[in-house]
Write a protein that binds this ligand. Structure first.
Ligand code: NOJ
Length: 751
């Protein structure tokens, strides 16, 4: 029976009239799904909607007792549709074989994993990649990640995270594209394309997953898993567009989230998942819950118990249940009692099977289990070269007084100070599940690799070395041992490289902070060094924007290097010594103080935006309104001049905006030219500024280029409160500039 079914499926796929014709293939997939659905029992259908975490070493004997035994039994009965956190061709093959050969219908599993910025070879964290504003590089980085991850049996990544966030206290800002919706949507497209390629059935691509649908990044007070309470305008205009962009780029799956949005857990949110995603946007892939988020609707106070949670989850359009067992334990019962219509189950299963067909798992369930590939691909030198390139592009030069940077390779006595300089892990960030410990090139190693002479002192130890994915990082606030030695070294050196910032596990899931300063004794160390030597280059390593007010005022050169992945030290060295000219721009605002948070460039205007002689205008009594470094900001070893803003309104369907950019410095450099608009009067007020275009150009010294942007309805319109996209005539401000605060400005009238 099972053999016959396989035979039929393969034949109909194989002999589809025009093999390359997508339409014919789609039709044949739908026919195959129809035929499978007809044969499936209700239990088997619900099984497809169940995802379990890996639970035992599958290369060993069958598990005994407890949870593992139940999962194993469920697998054998066809009550599991997907596994997460099972990696390695051997393990994947064993589990796949168990399911394909022992279950009645032999429907293959789909294997998911958090391949966030690489599998073994790690690119920079996504927030750092966003700083490159280089969509080609970002797409390529996702492609490399897919290449490695698919070689260990995986076929599905829980990435990209496309949550917009304006709150750096939230640890997961490291996983996203920053604060801006336009940039975030461009990145969402690039990453989906990179992971999925142009043919999902190829063995080196992964199904992508845009997450967390929706508004997880708006957690109140930046506190992990917290409630999001936002208005419709913010939801429609700031939060949803990157998801829509991912759907338009044909993303195969979406993940919902842990958070409540405006009173309803997103996992149980029908408006989001059914009305907007599936109906309005026509999404035909499936939605996975976040880890146990179906069950978590009980402590949220939305569901009475796990059975009720299962009912609410499926009704709202959550198709697959990650690890809470609510569906596998209760959905059949819910259907039999008439609480859930079986057509909802059929719809969810159809979506899940569709992705499995598209991945080609029915043709060959073991296509991702190629042991040879597994040996060849991991940490491949081509991948190292690609992540180095991405790392270079992600670096942002924040300050460079008197052209202290780039440094000369000799002629100088260089001191390196700071625990992070000698750390092979922190640059890998917190999402490095597949990668091995100590595989990041440290700053010290990077300098040695390029034969730079230097002396090193750690200074006080700041972080406990044993910190891991599950533990809180402990920070030393008191023990100053090592301080004196560091200061002594600084005193006798020409230039001091201070490598400071956050431990790799201080950002990421579950890692919110109330302070945004340099943790522990790092500022004390910096001040002590500054007393004896002002020639300091601060190399920041961090997973979020930091409030580094004193540092920005007193340290002449600051290089933002985030967590740059496997090749961090090599990339940092290239940038320090001018073998690479930094071109990154901040994807998130850096506040002056944590009290300004949330601070973001595209806010609305209050009724009293301008300074007045009294206190009655929008401001703080103890701090400026301006950020420390604005969104879009970043310097270069050269300088750029913007002239000749032109606005052409003569075309029927578009406005053309252009400016000329000239490299006025002495070295070749890249500049991200940014276009912002302001719809001055609208039926739903628009932000004071909105990014609507950018182009990254490279200019030799003295060279100029005219850069042109085309504004169409897509850029000029917005969503009103009824979720209708409208374009309203009237006056628009426009700015073409080097960051969100500086540029050439003009206006035009849209008729
Ligand atoms: C919880 C995280 O929120 C989600 O992003 C991740 O994909 C899952 N855990 C699976 O690890």
């Amino acid at each position: 029976m099972k053999a016959n079914l396989y035979y039929l499926l393969i034949i109909s796929l194989y002999f589809a009239p025009f093999n390359n014709c997508v339409m014919a293939q789609e039709k044949s997939i739908e026919k195959n799904i129809d035929s499978l659905l007809q044969q499936m029992t209700l239990e088997e259908k619900v099984g497809q909607m169940n995802q379990y975490n890996g639970f035992w070493d599958v290369t060993g004997p069958a598990p005994q007792g407890g949870n593992a035994e139940i999962k194993y039994e469920h697998l054998k009965k066809g009550l599991v549709g997907s596994m997460l956190n099972v990696v390695g061709t051997e393990e994947v093959r064993k589990l796949q074989k168990l399911v394909v050969e022992e279950t009645r219908l032999g429907i293959p599993l789909i294997f998911g994993y958090d391949v966030i910025h690489g599998y073994k070879t790690l690119a920079p964290i996504p927030l750092a990649e966003a700083a490159s504003w280089d969509m080609e590089a970002i797409e390529n980085s996702a492609k490399i990640a897919a290449q490695e991850a698919s070689a260990v049996g995986l076929n599905w990544t829980f990435a990209p995270m496309v949550d917009i966030s304006r709150d750096p206290r939230w640890g997961r800002v490291m996983e996203g594209g920053g604060e801006d919706t336009y940039l975030g949507a461009e990145i969402a497209k690039a990453r989906v394309k990179g992971f999925q390629g142009d043919d999902l059935s190829k063995p080196n691509t992964l199904a992508a997953c845009a997450k967390h649908f929706a508004a997880y990044g708006f957690a109140e007070a930046g506190k992990e898993y917290n409630t999001a309470d936002i208005g419709t305008s913010t939801l429609y205009n700031a939060v949803l567009p990157p998801f829509k962009a991912a759907v338009d780029a044909d993303v195969k799956t979406l993940m919902n989230g842990f958070n409540i949005l405006n009173g309803i857990p997103v996992t149980g949110n029908k408006m989001l998942q059914r009305d907007i995603l599936k109906e309005k946007w026509g999404f035909d892939g499936f939605v996975i819950s976040d880890w146990s988020s179906v069950g978590e609707m009980v402590p949220h106070g939305f569901a009475e118990d796990l059975k009720h949670a299962a009912e609410l989850g499926v009704k709202a359009g959550s198709d697959m249940d990650m690890e809470s067992s609510a569906y596998v334990l209760h959905l059949v019962e819910n259907v039999k009692e008439g609480k859930v219509d079986e057509s909802l189950i059929d719809d969810a299963v159809r979506r899940i099977l569709r992705v499995k067909f598209e991945l080609g798992l029915f043709e060959d369930p073991y296509k991702y289990c190629n042991e040879e590939r597994e040996k060849e691909e991991l940490y491949h030198e081509d991948h190292q070269a690609a992540v180095l390139d991405m790392a270079l592009k992600s670096i942002v030069l924040l300050k460079n007084d008197d052209n202290l940077l780039p440094l000369k390779k000799d002629q100088q006595k260089i001191a390196v100070i700071g625990q992070l300089a000698n750390d092979n892990n922190s640059s890998l960030g917190s999402w490095r599940l597949g990668s091995d410990n100590n595989t990041g090139v440290s700053v010290l190693e990077g300098l040695k690799n390029q034969s730079i002479n230097f002396s090193y002192e750690q200074g006080p130890r700041i972080f406990n070395e044993e910190a891991n994915f599950l533990n809180e990082v402990k920070v030393n606030e008191t023990d100053t041992s090592g301080m004196q030695e560091a200061v002594a070294l600084a005193k006798e050196s020409d230039v001091v490289l201070m490598v400071l910032g956050e431990h790799g596990f201080q950002s990421g899931e579950g890692r919110s902070r109330t302070q945004l300063d340099l943790p522990g004794l790092q500022l004390d160390l910096l001040k002590a060094v500054h007393e004896v030597n002002k020639n300091i280059v601060m190399i920041l390593m961090n997973g979020r924007p930091l409030a580094i007010h004193w540092e920005a005022e007193n340290i002449p050169a600051i290089l933002e290097t985030w967590q740059l992945g496997s090749q961090a030290g090599n990339a940092i060295t290239e940038a320090l010594f001018g073998d690479y000219n930094p071109s990154g721009k901040l994807p998130m605002t850096f506040p002056r103080s944590v009290g300004q948070v949330p601070i973001y460039y595209n806010h609305f205007s209050t009724g009293r935006p301008d300074p007045e002689s009294t206190v009655f205008w929008t401001h703080y009594g103890d701090e400026k309104n301006e950020p420390l470094f604005p969104f879009g900001y970043g310097l270069s070893y050269t300088t750029f001049k913007y002239t000749d803003l032109e606005i052409d309104t003569n075309n029927q369907n578009s406005i053309e905006v252009s400016a000329t950019i000239q490299n006025t410095g002495k070295v070749t450099g890249k500049e991200v030219v940014q276009l912002y608009i302001h719809d001055k009067v609208a039926s739903v007020v628009r932000p004071v500024k909105e990014l609507k275009g950018f182009q990254k150009i490279s200019l030799a010294p003295g060279a100029s280029q005219k850069v042109t942007f085309i504004l169409t309805d897509k850029e000029l319109g917005f969503y009103n409160h009824d979720y209708e996209f409208v374009v309203e005539p009237g006056t628009f401000g426009v700015m073409v500039g080097t960051n969100s605060q500086e540029g050439l400005t003009g206006t035009f009238v849209l008729n």
